[in-house]
Design a protein. Structure first.
Length: 92
């Protein structure tokens, strides 16, 4: 799983029939401290995430394991909305 932040929505009125009804979100990858990385992906939203929310997403074959994306041409899917993160300090 990868930590990310939803930064936008992708609208595509013409797409493969298997993608009809699926919400596409732009997700920016985050470091463990919450700082933004440069990588941005488009992911199917299986949990109803909104812009600005921190999420967990998966890519590759794992992205086709949800009820929403099973056997569909998907490479990334949002699988959770993060409510809170507790990160232990290294003590330095």
């Amino acid at each position: 799983m990868i930590l990310g932040k939803v930064i936008g929505t992708v609208w595509a009125t013409r797409k493969d029939d298997q993608l009809r009804g699926l919400k596409l979100q732009m997700v920016r990858e985050l470091d463990s401290d919450g700082s933004e990385k440069s990588k941005v992906i488009v992911a199917v939203d299986s949990v109803g995430a909104g812009v600005g929310e921190h999420v967990l997403f998966v890519q590759g074959s794992s992205a086709r394991q949800t009820e929403v994306t099973k056997n569909k041409p998907i490479d990334a899917v949002i699988i959770a909305i993060v409510d809170k993160m507790d990160i232990e300090s290294s003590g330095q």
